[in-house]
Ligand binder design. Sequence first.
Ligand code: LMR
Length: 328
Amino acid sequence: FVLAAATAALMAGAAPAMANCDDGEVVIKFSHVTAATGHPKGEAATLLAKRVNEEMNGKACMEVFPNSQLFNDNKVLEALLLGDVQMAAPSLAKFEKYTKKFRLFDLPFLFNDIDAVDRFQTSEDGQKLLDSMQRKGLQGLGYWHNGIKNFSANKPLVAPTDAAGLKFRVQTSEVAVAMIEALEANPQKLAFKEVYGALQTGVVDGQENTWSNIYTKKFFEVQDGVTETNHQVLDYLVVTSTEWWDGLDPAVRDQLKTIMDEVSATRNSMSTEINTQNRAKILEAGGKIRELSADERQAWVDVMKPVWDKFKDDIGQELIDSALSANK
Ligand code: LMR
């Protein structure tokens, strides 16, 4: 009976109370998978909670659960729909079950840099995508930047042929799978919290991630080095359930959205700096970073960019063109 009652409560969207919340406050559990400090997402979530708790005291109460403490990214979307948590910020690669449109962001070498990503996300087309999963019960509240990804492996990677035959951990993204296969390497989907162990024990040989993820989760310690391929963006969708969001008192919802937009603008403008700092910290800690010449990098482009063809119908050529126009 207890279990059934708990399930019923979750289905009804009622969140279990948190220790630091007062009666009558809207409880907001924010679950994510990265480090809380020194990381673009971790810092953004912390600032969001700080502002909500200060400015909405008596109305709302937010607690952040970082480092996959509560859920990994695939489970968290189900948890959102059940009302077990109210906010999360999985990477854009992890929405495949809910929309194929987000495959756009995974296309290798689509955006020149994070400023181009920002221009697209803030454009009309980018903003429309926030509402693209409403029928599935998910509401995007905004985008948070992490940065651009690089490959690492347990052997030196300079030419794309160096990756052939290796096993790479990927996120749950078919574009990532196709990309690794284009390198004649083997993709293995794994949750973020399993990556360090899988690299350490040799379950996989390599992975692809941003400087912030590679540094804060110490992947560089169990890899030969990181190669500056700068091949793909890793950004986040701050997401909630439409049911919970639509059920909020309009004044509470408006205030939350205003705070959310301000936090996004503030923290997004700092993501590149954080990644640059984490790149430097990898070097300070004795990690190896391989820079590529323009010709060397072009070889990676030539091998991986053809995967676009496989996904352009899912995404739509117009949307791809719209994203490309953000490169200026
Ligand atoms: C990953 O799984 O590599 C990333 O999505 C983790 C994260 O949230 O940055």
